[in-house]
Design a binder for this molecule. Sequence first.
Ligand code: C5P
Length: 336
Amino acid sequence: MNSALVKSKTAIVRAPAKINLCFDILGLRPDGFHDIETIFQAISLEDELKIHLQEASTNEIEIKVEEAFIRKLIPLDGTNLIARAFHLFLRHIGSKCKYKAVVELDKRIPIGAGLAGGSTDAAAVLIALNEMLGQKLSLVELLELGAQLGSDVPFCILGGTALGRGRGEVLERIDRKLDLSLCIVKPLKLAVSTPWAFKTYDESVANQDAAHRPYLSLAAVRQGLENSDLEMTLSGLGNVFQPVIFGAHPELKKLHDDLLSQGVFACHMTGSGPTLFAITPGREMGHYIRRHMLLDDEIGFYYGTEEVIREAHPPIDFRLAETVSYGPRLISLEEH
Ligand code: C5P
């Protein structure tokens, strides 16, 4: 395939985070992954990537992040999913030309949070390069490339709402009619490693802690979303990781109970955690809860409009978001 790049191009792409409205683990597979069943939902919390691309003598990528505290939290070398997506895409199209990419990453999605922040950045890079190089890879091809990068990447490419099976990469779109207003909350300094979460879950099953397995129904959630039936949706929400992660981090259980006591419709953990999502009647209530949960020693550190990082006990990261029906989207594409 030929790659059609004129001099250089700059694209701006926005990449939404995801939550898992429902999360079930069916079992361990021979390849070390777990078969899961989940309902993925894209939300309005987004990273922004500005991608500059120009022809070069070798394929290389530089990832820039302005905020020093974020640079400490994520690798910016070849192990970053953005870099892996860049090299995978160029290898896949068999491009004769070589490219240098400079990616300016505005990281707004909390890191190590179970919100697929890294995966959605990778999805954004695949989608943007496909446009910038005029490749016209089909959605199916992009999804296959995504699956090579991580279990959540295919959903991040698809966006919207979907049922996920296999290790998360086998997807079926859900035609969601119900919009949800959300508080996205996590202890600021708590990150959970996904492999650790799966291992700890396996140990709890081996120790027959399965009695703590929460009730959930993907069928009810799906039916509720498709029929704009809030009660039905709420009745099926659940995450089998939740008791395990709450057991290891009692402060997370407390945060969950605090949110529930604010009168939200429901509160659950997303993916392997530790982020919690609370469903509220509307953004007004989300604002109210955020204000109410702020303590006097709030450090009032804002970036963006909807984000508050505060000094509480323990400090929490509290965002407001809504369900959205898209994945990464190109905001602009310029040729120089
Ligand atoms: O696919 P991804 O790179 O996100 O997975 C990270 C790790 O999470 C895997 O190496 C595996 O330990 C675990 N995992 C799993 N089953 C899944 C997804 C992830 O065991 N369905």
